[in-house]
Structures are given as structure tokens and as C-alpha cells.
Design a protein around this ligand. Structure first.
Ligand code: HEM
Length: 412
């Protein structure tokens, strides 16, 4: 048995803390945020790390080349026990620094452009329409995650990567297993199963070149002495498959909950479909579904607004709190679908839910499009949708940084 690491300081704020409201951070984060922009917090292993709650400081740190995202470094902080699993060290793209990061990001960029997301919109609208038809045919109550919020991003990412959607039950369960694991061993087991699955799939694509999807395209780019090794490709497939569906499905689910619990805002959205893009960004800001916009380690001492982040110290950027910095978002705890609309369009997008700097979310065009379609089709087709259980009866995820609900029963 390993010896527990003594806490550096028992009095430090213990991170993470669960929410009591699906769209607001814990009251503990709020109190911390009111004290200043940077805080020392204590992790599960007793180690301490900087938690950034100030918006300007977060942007500066995330854009600073002295901050490393390299998860294979010994001093890289494991914010949760599962992140200590070897499968996460390294994880493609998100866990690499330049130059490798930039090379892999450039290889993927064409499939994640705004143009590409727009081209997919029609088929995502059809898909969402079919899923709602299915719910209406079966009649209430429906299970919104299983029937709607999960199949949309799951089918989209399968199609985009060229992963058979018939295998969705397997890769969805393994992704949740990986992201919700309470220990490194459980995360490793789920991650390894996904790795083996993708490895086999890539072998099949190597045998039969010419298929559709990102993986078939990249199979042709593999060069063991060049920019993309076969192992890189499996790692990239893993990162995209994991990154591509749980975040978006939980964002759809929690977005629906937030809208249903703010009927005036839902009515404002329904009366003017032009508000949709701003409403999606306001939901992304409010819900801050990953609750972390980035984790890094300093490679040199960095002075920032009177604080010194020493070389080797870890930093995590809290998206829920930076998204509530009153210097950027007036009345930040209020949900207002008009916040980013019209002349305020730019400020509405200043949230850090997709991160900032070179690692800013590769899938954000896709995610925004999926969210716009998911909310508009659902509320157009089922205008009297409501929760089938009281808000405080929703089984919410706990003990992690990724927010979500296990089930979302709805009726109409
Ligand atoms: C609502 C949905 C989503 C949220 C909230 C989200 C959030 C984030 C955040 C915060 C980062 C930056 C992490 C860091 O700097 O360490 C990130 C990066 C990334 N996301 Fe997303 N994401 C979402 C959807 C997606 C989708 C649909 C994909 C597509 C497959 C995707 C793929 C990625 C990838 C590959 C990166 C790493 C980019 C890089 O390191 O250059 N994400 N995401």
C-alpha cells in the first residue's frame, strides 16, 4: 500500500467541491473568488496547486508559453485520482506542448473548421428531428440523455471520425467509465479497453484504405519517422472520441435544465430565434460544464499581479469562476440570454468554457452547432417540455470536475 502524502496545509481549500445547483458553482468557489484572482487549493493527494478565478489572469496564464500542458512531466498535477492513470500521460493534443501539439493540431484543423460545422448542420437537424419523433412516438416520460442528449454528439463524432455508431453502447460506457472513475486503476481499465478498440479499428482502416472520416484520412499520413506515428494516431482517436461526446451531451442536458428552470429566458429565446447563438454562449458560460478551462505546470517562475507562480507549481483555471468575473460579466450569477446579443456579441463569447490560448477547444465550432440544433429542435417540437422529477431529485455527478446528470427524466 502506498503511504498517504501528508497535506501541505490542511487549512487550504479542498478542491474540487460539488455544486448544489446544476448551473452555479459551489458556494465555496464563490467565496474564494471574492477574495482575489489566484488561490492555493489542496488536492485529493494532499498536494497544493493554484486555482485561478480571475478572468484576466486566466487568459494571461493560459497564453503564457512558460506554462506547460505536458502530462508526462513528473510535476504535472493530477487534479483527480483518475488523472493519475498512465493512459492520461500523455493524452494527445491537449497534453502536449509545441512543437508536437501544433503539428497534430494542424493535421486535424480542416475537419473542425466553422465551414465544416456549417456543412454538417443539415444532417444534425435531421438527426435531432428523428430523435424527437422517437420520443413523441413512445410518449412521455422520456429519458432525455439516452433518447436525445447523448445520441446527437455521439452520432456526430462517430460519423466525423469514421467509428461505427453500432458500437456506441461500448464507447459511451467506456468514456463515462474513464471520466467518472474514482481511481486511477478503474480509469486505466476503461481507457485501455477504448485503446484496444481504436487500435483494432485503425488496423481495419489500414487494411482497407479509402474509407470516410478523419481516421481514414490520417491513416494515410502515418509515418513512423515523421510527424504522425501510429501510436500518435491511436492517441488522437482516443482524445477525439472522449472529448467529442460526453462534454457536449452533458452540456445539452444541463442546458435544457437551465432553460426549463428560467421560463422567462426560454420564452425570450422562443420568441426570437435570432437570440439562439447568444443564448448558447450564455448557457456555456453559466453551466461551465467541464468546470476547468485548463490545467498546467509552470516551467519557470511567473509573476502575475503580485503573485508568484514558482517553477514546478501546478495551476488550474476554474471556468465557472472566471466566467463569473464581474469585471467582464456584470451581474455574473444571472442567466440572461441577451447578454451576448446584438452589440454585445463579442463579450458574450469571452467566457472561458472552451479554454484559451493554443489549446482552446478544437471542437468548439462543432459543439456550438450541435447545441444550437439540439435546443432549437427540442423546444420547437415539444414546446411544453418539463422536468418529470423535481430539480433537487436529479441524480447529479459528484466528486469530479465534469458536471452532469446521470439521468434526465422529462415529460410534456
Ligand atoms: C460543450 C462541449 C465542450 C466543452 C465544454 C469543451 C471544453 C474544452 C476545453 C476547456 C478545452 C481546453 C483544455 C485545455 O486547455 O487544457 C478543450 C480542448 C479540446 N477539445 Fe473540447 N470541449 C467541448 C467539445 C468538444 C468536441 C465536440 C470536441 C471534438 C471532437 C472536442 C475536442 C477537443 C480537443 C481535441 C481539445 C484539445 C485542443 C488542443 O489541445 O489544442 N471538444 N475542450
Amino acid at each position: 500500500m502506498s503511504t498517504p502524502i501528508p497535506a501541505e496545509d490542511e487549512r487550504l481549500f479542498a478542491y474540487p467541491q460539488d455544486r448544489s445547483c446544476p448551473w452555479q458553482p459551489s458556494s465555496g468557489y464563490r467565496e474564494l473568488g471574492e477574495k482575489g484572482p489566484l488561490h492555493r487549493v489542496r488536492l485529493w493527494d494532499g498536494k497544493s496547486i493554484w486555482m485561478v478565478t480571475g478572468h484576466a489572469q486566466a487568459r494571461r496564464l493560459l497564453a503564457d508559453p512558460r506554462m506547460s500542458a505536458d502530462r508526462s512531466r513528473d510535476d504535472f498535477p493530477a487534479v483527480l485520482p483518475r488523472l493519475d492513470a498512465p493512459i492520461f500521460k500523455p493524452i494527445a493534443i491537449i497534453g502536449f506542448d509545441p512543437p508536437v501539439h501544433d503539428v497534430h493540431r494542424r493535421l486535424l484543423a480542416p475537419d473542425f473548421s466553422l465551414k465544416q460545422a456549417r456543412a454538417l448542420r443539415g444532417s444534425v437537424e435531421e438527426l435531432a428531428g428523428r430523435l424527437v419523433e422517437g420520443m413523441l412516438r413512445k410518449g412521455p416520460p422520456a429519458e432525455l440523455i439516452e433518447d436525445y442528449a447523448l445520441p446527437i454528439p455521439s452520432m456526430v463524432i462517430s460519423e466525423l471520425l469514421g467509428v461505427p455508431y453500432d458500437d456506441h453502447a461500448f464507447f459511451e460506457a467506456m468514456t463515462v467509465g474513464l471520466l467518472q472513475a474514482k481511481s486511477a486503476a478503474d480509469a486505466e481499465a476503461a481507457g485501455q479497453a477504448l485503446w484496444d478498440y481504436l487500435d483494432e479499428l485503425i488496423t481495419a482502416k489500414e487494411r482497407e484504405p479509402g474509407g470516410t472520416g478523419v481516421l481514414s484520412r490520417l491513416v494515410g499520413e502515418v509515418d513512423e519517422d515523421g510527424d504522425l506515428t501510429r501510436e500518435d494516431l491511436v492517441r488522437i482517436a482516443l482524445a477525439l472520441l472522449i472529448g467529442g461526446h460526453d462534454t457536449t451531451s452533458q452540456m445539452i442536458a444541463l442546458g435544457v435544465v437551465t432553460l426549463l428552470e428560467h421560463p422567462d429566458q426560454l420564452a425570450a429565446l422562443r420568441s426570437d430565434p435570432g437570440v439562439l447563438p447568444a443564448a448558447v454562449d450564455e448557457l456555456l458560460r453559466m453551466v461551465s460544464v467541464t468546470d476547468v478551462s485548463g490545467v498546467r505546470v509552470a516551467t519557470e517562475d511567473i509573476e502575475i499581479d503580485g503573485y508568484v507562480v514558482r517553477a514546478g507549481e501546478g495551476v488550474l483555471v476554474s471556468s465557472s469562476m472566471t466566467n463569473r468575473d464581474p469585471a467582464v460579466f456584470p451581474d455574473p450569477y444571472r442567466f440572461d440570454v441577451h447578454r451576448g446579443g446584438g452589440r454585445n456579441a463579442a463579450s458574450g463569447r469571452h467566457h472561458l468554457t472552451f479554454g484559451f490560448g493554443i489549446h482552446q477547444c478544437l471542437g468548439q465550432n462543432l459543439a456550438r452547432m450541435e447545441l444550437e440544433v439540439a435546443f432549437s429542435v427540442l423546444f420547437d417540437r415539444i414546446p411544453d417540455l418539463r422536468l418529470a422529477v423535481p430539480l433537487d431529485g436529479l441524480p447529479t455527478r459528484s466528486g469530479g470536475t465534469m458536471q452532469g446528470v446521470h439521468t434526465l427524466p422529462v415529460e410534456w
